[in-house]
Design a protein around this ligand. Sequence first.
Ligand code: FES
Ligand code: FE2
Length: 285
Amino acid sequence: MLTQAEHDLCAVRSNQIDYSRILSLHYLGNYTRELPVNMTRMMENAYDWEHLPFIHESSFSSISLIASGKWGWRARIGIPGGGIQLLDLIIDLSENYWVSTVISGPGEGTEIHTKATNVSNETIEVDVRFYLPEAPADQSAQEFVLKYLQDQYRRLYDEDQDLMSGRQEALDTKAKLQKITDKPEIQLVGNLAALSKDASHITRLGKQRYAVRFHQGAWIAHGTTCPHMLGPLQDSVIDASGTVTCPWHGYRFDIESGDNLDGKCASLGLAPTVFEDDGQLFLKA
Ligand code: FES
Ligand SMILES: [Fe+2]
């Protein structure tokens, strides 16, 4: 729930970028970087408010959405160590340009303008420009703040690069799996003596891939791919109640039924049966 003051602040925000705004702000400097991802992944990432506290744990401790649309999103954000910010990220999709603004809280009035440009089909460059409501007190304060922001954005893009590349890989894998036509009833996982009980053994059965793992004294299987945006589930810890949590946006799944426990996305589906025979482990559809 928003406080009345937060509600009032949000009510006067525009959902369109006002490009002339930067004329009244202090330009601090920028951070540029090439990324080995395509523009679709980059823009999808800009819209994806939900990944912030999961992929960027050191910059965001929580997020609750206030509003979102084709224009971008507005949210209340928790800062690690304490503090709350109201933030919005307004997107101009036709220009591959977005602006995030600290509406209130620490750093209030700071605007980060990002322009993404195609370098090739699978490479883009981002130019991230930092604007402050007022110039820092002196040159050394200016350098300090700029370095802080550049370091933060280097880390944010390291983390986003992993997410975007991981998602592209998952989409490519999904497309390949869709073309598979064999429908085996049974699939060998491996020799029991050679299967580590501490590892996740990814095994394909028809079009699906499963993580075969040893949990609470038994071998079990669950889907490797989160139905939300294809996040990887195979290495997520299974907690005592049999729940796996996706590392990308934190959606939780019951490994037995496959159900999404948050009611936010589709079920993982029922996993195949795992059985042992003559020292070997198998999946059965
Ligand atoms: S990909 Fe979003 S929660 Fe799994
Ligand atoms: Fe991100």
